[in-house]
Design a protein around this ligand. Structure first.
Ligand code: ATP
Ligand code: MG
Length: 473
């Protein structure tokens, strides 16, 4: 097969000619070739040459013009050239062998075939030749093209070898299956199950890269279910394992919170590209196992699982070496608030409930509503319809609250300094009590969200409030 027509960019010819002048073989290889067949556009292009990748990259950079950026990674034997928005990666063909207990492969120079052997999957092991002779020719020793056509993820070599050489490849198999909607070939999948515990030696950073790609896929549940089935989940993201299963008392079971959670993640993924909202969905019920009780009258309860879940999020992020930044805080906040829209709706959508919800969710209100609606997974269509309708009423009411936009950026209109000055109070608990009372009055609609109205209200009510809140030391 010849793919000349697919290599539209002039840079491919240039690289082929330079390699010819150095008397070397050069190929486009890996993901870029796969993505040609999948019709996906990619700006990252990997080239493999028989010989030094760094030397070839240097020659290519010189040929592309004096200011062409070139970065050399001598320890890895790779180099990158940037050209017109493309990132061109060059590597010399390698033959790798691994020792079982070490992540550091013994690397030797090799042929194109050696290099293709050490790639993860048949669909990622195809190469296109760029030398003038046989320009555009596909080199596909493992039937990658056929596997693409039948939607299959399969290792080029004996899967036990491929996976023990680099156990991250097991995560990559699941990730590609999730991103592309492919099946993992049965023998490949069996090998993942056999080798799953080898994922232990892989760094969190590499695992998290793959988890992120699974999470950003159209249906992340596919990936999490595969991770679970393969025995990888206990190493990749053990926090969600406790959600699995159903307990029954007096013939009454609760729903399987693992399956429910994955359904919620997919619902969110269908509505939003926000990866962190998807993580919030994955963790929204994380405290259900810890708060689960069976009550004779009420059946299964999970009291305060939202609040405990909010508190658990930082620990999970830390343990998983996920970012301890505003993304973590966002996830934690949404987990804490995920029941609120439902309880405001259940309480009959009062003005004060709606105002409190808007204030507490702030800039994340729309995401919170998306999460709360995604949380509806009943199998009873009438019930789903009722719940969606009640969220619809809530949304309409939110639109009617005249100062909703202002409340989203809630800031108490009276500040501590003016309270201390006017009432001759020292810093302390009393200030907080007065400010909280002002907030309550605004939430209840007793006074508008406005400084002068709040201050006037405070002047009238402070004496009574202070009588109930003695100074603290
Ligand atoms: P994406 O860029 O969407 O993550 P990709 O297939 O391009 O997918 P990269 O990580 O960019 O993945 O790697 C480029 C190529 O390098 C792959 O197509 C594959 O041939 C090879 N490769 C990457 N990681 C591994 C690995 N851990 N083991 C074997 N081969 C790998
Ligand atoms: Mg890539």
């Amino acid at each position: 097969m010849n793919l000349k027509e697919d290599l539209k960019h002039p840079v491919f010819r240039v690289i082929g000619r330079i390699a010819d002048s150095m008397d070397r073989e050069v190929y486009v290889v890996g993901g870029y070739v796969r993505d040609i067949f999948l019709g996906r556009k990619s700006q990252d292009i990997d080239f493999v040459t028989v010989g030094s990748g760094i030397e070839l990259a240097g020659a290519v950079a010189r040929a592309l013009g004096p200011r062409t950026p070139l970065s050399v990674f001598a320890t890895y034997g790779t180099a990158q050239v940037k050209h017109k928005g493309l990132e061109l990666e060059f590597v010399g063909a390698r033959k790798e062998s691994y020792r079982r207990e070490s992540r550091n492969p013994i690397v030797e120079d090799g042929t194109l075939a050696d290099d293709q052997n050490r790639r993860d999957f048949t669909i990622n092991a195809m190469a296109i030749r760029l030398n003038e002779s046989r320009y555009g020719e596909l080199v596909d020793p493992f039937g990658g093209l056929a596997d693409l056509a039948r939607n299959i993820i399969r290792t080029p070599l004996d899967p036990d070898i491929t996976f023990s050489d680099d156990p991250l490849r097991m995560m990559r198999a699941v990730r590609f299956a999730t991103q592309l909607g492919f099946e993992i070939y049965p023998e490949t999948f069996e090998a993942i199950r056999r080798n799953a515990d080898r994922l232990k030696i892989i760094t969190r950073e590499r695992i998290n890269d793959e988890l992120g790609k699974i999470m950003r896929s159209p249906r992340p549940s596919v990936g999490f279910l595969l991770l679970d089935k393969a025995g990888l989940l206990q190493y990749a993201f053990p926090a969600v394992l406790d959600l699995k299963g159903v307990e029954t008392v007096d013939g009454i079971g609760h729903k399987d919170n693992f399956l429910h959670t994955l359904q919620v993640v997919d619902h969110v993924a269908a509505k939003s590209d926000n990866e962190w909202l998807r993580w919030a969905a994955l963790l929204h019920d994380i405290a259900k196992p810890a708060t689960k009780r069976y009550d004779e009258r009420l059946g299964w309860t999970f009291h305060n699982h939202n609040f405990l879940g909010e508190k658990m999020v930082p620990g999970i992020f830390k343990k998983m070496k996920m970012p301890m930044n505003e993304h973590m805080k966002y996830v934690s906040k949404l987990v804490g608030l995920h029941m609120r829209p439902q309880s405001v709706a259940d309480a009959g959508v009062t003005d004060s409930g709606v105002r409190r919800l808007i204030t507490d969710a702030g800039a994340d209100l729309d995401d919170l509503m998306t999460l709360a609606e995604a949380d509806i997974t009943s199998k009873n269509p009438a019930k789903v319809r009722r719940q969606l309708e009640s969220f619809g009423r809530l949304r309409r009411r939110m639109d009617e609250i005249s100062d909703a936009d202002a409340l989203r950026n809630w800031k108490n209109p009276v500040n501590g300094n003016e309270i201390m000055e006017h009432f001759h109070l020292p810093p302390g608990q009393q200030i907080a009590v007065l400010k909280e009372a002002v907030k309550e009055a605004i939430m209840d609609g007793e006074i508008p969200y406005d400084h002068d109205a709040a201050w006037e209200w405070l002047l009238r009510n402070a004496p009574a409030l202070l009588a109930q809140a003695p100074a603290s030391h």
